[in-house]
Design a protein around this ligand. Structure first.
Ligand code: GAL
Length: 808
């Protein structure tokens, strides 16, 4: 009886709350996440009928004309697939062998002009808007759609957004059915690429529905900058306010600053403004903050700047900007200083895809990837070669990682100037960003007067929108100063590290940075080149002709103060650009970590010289059955002063450790224990690798065991196999199947094998993956119910591995 009553009560509350949602006014301002409940179908780039008649419906003849197409609000999408965004349909498609260089560069996924049947994606979303919301403005915000999106609301065309890397927003107010249903439709056309690497396809970043008053702060309309002197900071806040109402408004603008926890610590003085209909004005205020806690790599402290707009004493809009106070100075002969302290840039370049998910990354994965890079000792990230996902910058702000934020193309046409303007306005409040990049390797124009003029136009725009930072351009040029390099404030080198000193000699006043450095190609856990499988040894020995080994560039950068530092190409492997091989390779080998974020051996080279941690790492593994007596090259990566190596307790000799280098022994293989004893400033450090037994049990290692019940958080679960003594088997390749009970779902799997053609997605369930050199990864996403769920990893002949995940 009590249960039935409880059920009736719950049901009536649900019904009540649903109808209340319709009736109630959404408070303004509200930024509502709009990621859930989308419908999706592939269209067709060459067959209009399979593209829901898109190109044969004469859509633009009349306003709101949409019949006989998927744009029509009445269109029946019940057979379309339901999904949540971020979504990347490219990662769901099978790998497809092709001789085309761009298909190769994009990771052999059937997306692009050659694949009309899998390169158009349609998205539809039905939603209700309360009648009571009709007094304010409602805007849709897409953070990123790959690419060339056409967007409609209720059959009305909103616009075309070309960029696959910057977002777009549209005011929906005029077209909405208040108190009724609305249908938003997106057609993403990925037939044209923007880059030469895996780019994904679809609505691969967040979507938001914003409610705000007619009088409001424009999108990206707050610009904060702090001038810091030894005892205080003058925090200057520019706010662009606009009135889209039908009457003039008397508005006041007020800013205040809170600490990280939201406690108000300083406030400005309310500033009156008159705004005519359609008027737009910028208000500027400065707030003094005594003894500010500075944002740094070690203590990335973030204040909150709260900007409030009021009309008749009533708050109508408010924007909170997380802001870090810090100074950056750059000296051509001494490098970069953060808050007056010298920082050598120990950076990585990265594209935005990860194992299992392509480019549709949940926010938690951005934090995971940045924390892995930080753990290695990296302090900077170059967003090669496009505007990053906003949450990536949030992660860099929060975790203390500098960012070079890059424009997609060196072009000053209206399309690209708009993109550049949008990039700077969107990102300039992030303390992590220390420099803009206006482009990368524009071989057709970089040494010409056209290149120079385009660069001058972009640099002038950068200075106008953000006078507090400088910019660079990633040139694949040696000691060449013509064209873009003649005018660029910071000269950057992609590779060609040998020419940096000469350039500095000839141009002593132009600061220098390595925008793409190193680029050793390695396959995790592989020790012999295999051109059939497409593997390269996991040591710092193979670099393409244009690149260099890690030690070559880092020794130069570390030892010469005029090098600001540099960015490795790349932190993580990424899909596409499978250098030095082609098919069956589907992803690059450039990463210091693989696509899952599992370290390769070169990781420990960088960690040795980029951190103060005690690093002592031996490679390869010690499972060489059948090679007894054969010499094996043993690499030792360490930042100790000297190392002694032992095989089964017998000394193989002591060696002094040269700075920024590694040690090597040739050791005839015998099974057992290879161990090292090192001394670092008198402190003893030890490490060893052991010959293991055969695979016995699966070990499941979640990166964290407790996740939020918000439908978005992740449990990243790393899978290994151990022998009977609990030692990880480094060459295991078992097929493992995964299940999860309860309120969590698996959203992707990967193993870091650059030649694996196994799916990363199992849309119909039945998730599985082979281990690659002992490892694979499963990504789980929470639902919205709390509870404990059980994850299991099963493989024939092995003891099952499991983990409990608490969803709270
Ligand atoms: C560079 C380019 C990068 C990547 C890399 C591969 O020239 O800027 O995007 O293609 O080469 O080595």
């Amino acid at each position: 009886m009590r249960r039935t009553l409880g059920f009736i009560l719950i049901l009536s509350t649900m019904l009540l709350s649903r109808s209340t949602v319709f009736a109630q006014q959404t408070p303004t301002p509200t930024k509502m996440n709009f990621d859930e409940d989308w419908k999706f179908s592939l269209g067709h780039a060459a067959d209009p009928e399979k593209d829901f008649n898109y190109k044969i419906a004469n859509l633009f003849a009349k306003s709101g004309k949409a019949e006989k197409t998927a744009i029509d609000p009445k269109f029946d999408d019940k057979n379309w697939r339901g999904l949540s965004v971020p979504h990347d349909w490219a990662v769901e498609l099978p790998f497809t062998k092709s001789a085309n260089v761009d298909v190769l560069a994009h990771g052999y996924k059937p997306v692009g002009g050659l694949f009309p049947e899998t390169s158009i994606g349609w998205y539809r979303k039905h939603f209700n808007i309360a009648k009571a919301d009709s007094g304010h403005r409602i805007q849709i915000q897409f953070d990123g759609i790959f690419r060339d999106a056409q967007i409609w609301i209720n059959g009305f065309y909103l616009g075309n957004h070309q960029s696959g890397y910057l977002g777009v927003n549209y005011d929906l107010t005029d077209y909405l059915n208040f108190g009724g249903e609305n249908v938003l439709v997106v057609r993403a056309d990925a037939t044209q690429y923007e880059g030469w690497f895996y780019e994904g396809a679809g609505i691969y970043r967040h979507v938001w529905l914003n409610h705000f008053d007619n009088t409001h702060i424009v999108p990206d309309g707050v610009f904060v900058h702090a001038e810091v002197n030894p005892v205080n900071a003058a925090v200057r806040i520019e706010t662009v306010v606009e009135n889209l109402g039908l009457t003039d408004q008397k508005v006041s603008v007020l800013n205040y600053i809170t600490d990280r926890n939201g406690k108000k610590i300083a406030a400005g003085i309310s500033q009156p403004l008159n705004l005519a209909v359609n008027g737009r004005t910028t208000a500027t205020q400065t707030i003094e903050l005594n003894n500010p806690r500075l944002w740094s790599l070690e203590d990335p402290y973030l204040y909150k700047v709260v900007t409030v707009i009021s009309v008749d004493q009533k708050k109508v809009d408010s924007v909170t900007t997380r802001y870090g106070i810090r100074t950056i100075t750059i000296d051509a002969s001494k490098g970069l200083f953060l808050n007056g302290k010298h920082v050598k840039i120990q950076g990585t370049n990265n594209h935005q895809d990860h194992a299992g998910l392509g480019s549709a990354l949940p926010d938690a994965l951005q934090y995971y990837r940045i924390s892995l890079l930080k753990e290695m000792g990296s302090n900077a990230y170059r967003t090669s070669h496009h505007a990053p996902t906003p949450e990536l910058l949030d992660a860099c702000d929060s975790l203390g990682m500098l960012v070079m934020d890059e424009q997609r193309l060196l072009n000053s046409s209206p399309e690209y100037m708009n993109q550049f303007e949008q990039l700077i306005k969107r990102d300039r409040n992030h303390p992590s960003i220390f420099m803009w990049s206006i482009g990368n390797e524009e071989g057709l124009i970089q040494t010409t007067s056209i290149g120079k003029r385009i660069a001058q136009t972009l640099i002038a725009k950068q200075k106008e929108l953000d006078p507090y930072r400088t910019s660079t351009y990633a040139a694949d040029l040696a000691n060449v100063a013509t064209g873009v390099n003649e005018v660029i404030p910071v000269r950057a080198f992609n590779y060609r590290q040998f020419a940096v000193a000469d350039y500095h000699r000839d141009h002593p006043n132009q600061p220098l940075i390595g925008t793409e450095m190193g680029s050793t190609v390695t396959t995790r856990g592989i020790y012999e080149k295999d051109s059939i499988a497409g593997y390269v040894p996991d040591q710092d020995i193979t670099a393409p002709w244009w690149a260099s080994k890690a030690e070559t560039w880092w020794s130069l950068a570390a030892e010469n103060p005029f090098w600001m530092g540099g960015f490795i190409w790349t932190g993580f492997d990424y899909r596409g650009e499978p250098t030095p091989y082609e098919w069956p390779n589907i992803n690059s080998h450039f990463g210091v970590m693989d696509v899952c974020g599992f370290p390769k051996n070169i990781y420990y080279y960088y960690q040795s010289w980029w951190t103060d941690k005690d690093i002592l790492h031996l490679s390869p593994h010690w499972n060489w059955k059948g090679k007894e007596g054969t010499p094996v090259d043993v690499w030792v990566n360490t930042n100790a002063d000297r190392v002694e190596l032992f095989l089964n307790g017998k000394s193989l000799g002591k060696k002094e450790m040269p700075r920024n280098s590694h040690l090597k022994w040739s050791v005839p293989y015998q099974p057992g224990t290879l161990s090292a004893v090192a001394y670092k400033k008198g402190k003893k450090i030890t490490a060893s690798v052991q010959t293991t037994g055969t695979s016995y049990a699966i070990r499941v290692t979640p990166v964290k065991n407790t996740i939020l019940a918000d439908g978005k958080d992740l449990a990243i679960v790393n899978i290994t196999v151990v022998d009977q003594k609990g030692r990880e088997v480094p060459d295991a390749s078992n097929l493992v199947e995964f299940t999860v009970s309860g309120n969590v779902k698996i959203i992707g799997v990967g193993n870091g094998d650059p030649s694996s053609h196994e799916p990363d997605q199992y849309l119909a369930g039945g998730w599985k993956r082979h281990l690659f050199n002992g490892k694979c990864q499963v990504i789980l996403q929470s639902g919205k119910d709390q509870g404990t769920v059980k994850f299991e990893a099963v493989s024939k002949g092995l003891t099952t591995g499991s983990a409990k995940i608490n969803v709270q």
